[in-house]
Design a protein. Sequence first.
Lengths: 310, 375
Amino acid sequence: MTTAIKNLPRDEIVMAGNGACGGCPATAGLRIVGKAFGPNAICLMTPSCSVASIGLLPKSSFNYPILNICFAAAGSSAAGMEYALESMQKKGRLNGEKPLVFTWIGDGGTYDIGFQALSAAAERNDDFIHICYNNEAYSNTGVQRSGATPRFAATTTTPTGKQCDKKNLPLLMLDHHIPYLATASLAYPGDFYDKLVKAKNTKGFRYIELLAPCYTGWKFAAEDMIDISRKAVNCGAWLMFEAENGKIEFTNPTKKFVDGTATPDSPAEYLSMQGRYTSSLKGDNKEFVINSVASQIAADLQLLRQRSTC
Amino acid sequence: MRRLFDTGCHVVAQAVKCADVDMVAAYPITPQTSVVEEIAALTESGEMNCRFLPVEGEHSAMAACVAAAAVGARAFTATSSQGLLYMHEVLHMASGCRFPLVMVNVNRAVFAPWTLWADHSDSLAQRDTGWLQLYCASLQEVFNTILQAYYIAERVRIPVMVNMDGFILSHCRMIVEMPDQQVIDKYLQHQPNGWIADPQNPSAYACVTGADLYPGFREELFNDTKNADKTIIEAAKVYHELTGMWDGDLIDTYRCDDADTFIIAIGSMAAEARISVDLLREQGIKAGLIKIRALRPFPAAAISDVLSDGARVMVLDRNYGFGTEGGIIFAELKAALFERAAQLQIANKIMGIGGADVNYQMMADAVTSAWDFRR
Ligand SMILES: Cc1ncc(C[n+]2csc(CCOP(=O)(O)OP(=O)(O)O)c2C)c(N)n1
Ligand code: SF4
Ligand SMILES: [Mg+2]
């Protein structure tokens, strides 16, 4: 049973005075992370909206020890920290219980500049949790394209819409033979929480990716953030699953699309709610774009379906 | 005392073992490679009580060390040349965070074109990263300096780069005296750390600042780097008291007492230059050697104190200061001795680039061809 939102722990790690935009998906996600991981954890971040939203030194609005590290170095920094903690614990130089090490990193620090170090940490099965909050762009620097930006979405470096597909990073990470992987959505906070707890209770390299609809980048109304999150899942633009030791299990509603007991919604509404697709959806192009997105979703689903049964 | 007869790379590994390091993250590059291999072997066999993190590149190696230091661990890495250049961004982070890291850089010339042999372009390109830089002339000094580097770094909370020339030191075998472990443990007691990522007392580190606080952080690093000279001297003194060994502190001098002609060099060239000094003395030239051991902080006062009025000063550079009059150390020294410009004759010779042969005769010739000693 998925944990009900009313049963989530009351602990809050996101404090007042946060510098994020109101309705920021990253901050909303981090709240749930704090509930799942509890107080004994250390967070590493790379330059991103999340670091910017901590606030100005010496104040911090997140109630975790946070180290802001070089952009490319999420995987290696977390690994170095975990190795050090383990070594000091062995030598009796660690006060108290060994804390959980986790990274809270954007899609830029995961898909692009940070991918090399992340891939190496996954290959070594280093003992930490990498969480990617994927807002499908470099939001902090003003919304430039990333390897996670979907085709047709406009960013400041793809002003008329991106011309190529995003990477399938969850599958790429899965192919590193890691013990736990999950995708999550803010429209399903209990599911996200449960996946975080599962990750916490697993040893080795764990990867969780949260879709983080950034309303300033995607250009929709702030109050629609959860609604957009849900629409992304309902049309299959965001697929929900987890994999323990490589075995893929789907979570609802994605599970029904895979089973064939339901069909994904047309992506038309999801796309047209977002200003980043406006130029791609203009005039005659509209049908082509919606059909292309729909068939890409079908292909991604089919790929995952095959992977889950093999 | 224990005795070791081994290559420079293996001596580095032994020193790291003696320093009770918690985590080593490193990536291979010639001529540093056998440091990594030896540490991997020593940790895997259990001979060294430490975790070895085989990262996928040097940027990651330094990032792993930085994060290890953030939880209060003693961390180490070693690299050379391209690897050091690749770390550059993280070197700034390490010093900015005031993490007491120690790294060994096995000096090697830089790409392009591709070469494997020694010069100092790699470490001098990191001159302004806020790291302290020490240069060694023998394997005994390499061993002693790695221990001293931890002593210094953990007190001033500034990372220290220990430099040794590629192949000339890294692949050469020498006898090294290793103090007993109890002596080293006493010398390198773990220091309480300034900041540890502690869930009991959460705070954000290295995050965003404005122009109100940022200049203060940099100014503090600037001042503390300059003032680190006192701790470098103390580290050498205490090490001497405990072990009887001495390699100099900021500088080391040879036959300087009555000298009027000085060679200034760093690294292994400073060992060779002793023979040049003897040779020049045989020719009736009152030569002396100043070996710069600490390039950061730059020991301007210590050098100036040794130089007599009217002295001839030959600066040997194993690097080019592109767009300047010569080598980087030449430029540094002239700036440092500007006040005494009228009393000193400072000349420069660039040699040993990309491992080009350097011998005592060439260094002596540099002196005799710069000035007319017949008068
Ligand atoms: C080496 C390096 N290159 C570029 C930057 C500039 N930079 C800071 S944040 C950022 C984008 C971050 O994107 P992402 O990881 O997706 O996080 P988001 O801002 O979207 O939350 C960039 C390009 C940097 N800090 N370091
Ligand atoms: S730009 Fe987007 S990701 Fe960044 S703080 Fe605002 S809502 Fe959050
Ligand atoms: Mg992003």
